[in-house]
Write a protein that binds this ligand. Structure first.
Ligand SMILES: [Fe+2]
Length: 230
């Protein structure tokens, strides 16, 4: 299932995929002049991704990965075989989890990845994993499993760190304008694409200023399930 939006000369496609109870969002941007395509966190829906790229007569040149969890990197190898794109992930994430694939480029905080006449800024946001990255492009933040509309990512897995998540959220609060649109890796409530102003006003994790309080709330043991972000 996908939704297409045109932003200037870019076609922006939101792909919603389902697998074993997971709903993942991956995002495809195509420059309609150069026919270059970039994808964020490809998973589950290979046919839909190939269909959108083919319809636009485009070529996939870059895969940007927010982190290394399997539901975000699932289609990397299949897309490498088909299009041979460059792949991007943070140096910290690669080193901590030993992630490897062909054409892998480690990125660092603040790095700008060129995308035709624009660029995509890497913002290192550890917390959910050791080296999670959010990607900022054209007024859009691809927030992976760091920021959800309703909450933030779990910090109890390997490499997770609630202190890191607190610092990442405080950093995003300073960096992002209220009109930036948030496109996360999962969403089970409102539609993806809310403004950051909406998240600031409605997401509890952005309202807790005290670090200790944030950490104990994030690590509480009575959370109903993985997808209960609040
Ligand atoms: Fe994850």
């Amino acid at each position: 299932m996908y939704t297409e939006i045109t932003k200037g000369h870019y076609q922006f496609t939101v792909l919603k995929g389902r697998h074993c109870g997971f709903i993942n969002y991956c995002y495809l941007m195509i420059d309609l002049y150069s026919r270059e395509a970039v994808i964020i966190d490809p998973a589950w829906e290979l046919d839909a991704i190939v269909h959108v790229i083919t319809q636009a007569d485009a070529k996939l040149t870059k895969i940007l990965l927010t982190h290394s969890h399997s539901d975000h990197v699932h289609l990397v190898d299949a897309l490498l075989r088909r299009y041979n794109p460059q792949v991007y992930m943070s140096r910290q994430e690669i080193d901590y989890y030993g992630f490897t694939c062909r054409n892998l480029n480690p990125v660092h905080d603040g790095e700008m990845i060129p995308f035709t006449q624009s660029s995509i800024t890497c913002i290192l946001t550890p917390g959910h994993t050791a080296g999670g990255v959010c990607y900022l492009w054209n007024g859009i933040l691809f927030s992976g499993d760091t920021v959800f509309i309703e909450g933030c990512g779990m910090c109890s897995g390997p490499g997770g760190c609630p202190n890191g998540m607190y610092e990442s959220i405080q950093r995003l609060k300073k960096l992002l304008a209220p009109e930036v649109r948030i496109y996360p890796g999962h969403c089970y409530g409102r539609e993806v694409g809310c403004t950051f102003g909406y998240v600031m006003a409605n997401n509890l994790y952005f309202q807790i200023e005290n670090k200790e309080m944030f950490i104990s709330f994030r690590m509480r043991s009575n959370q109903k399930n993985l997808f209960d972000f609040q």
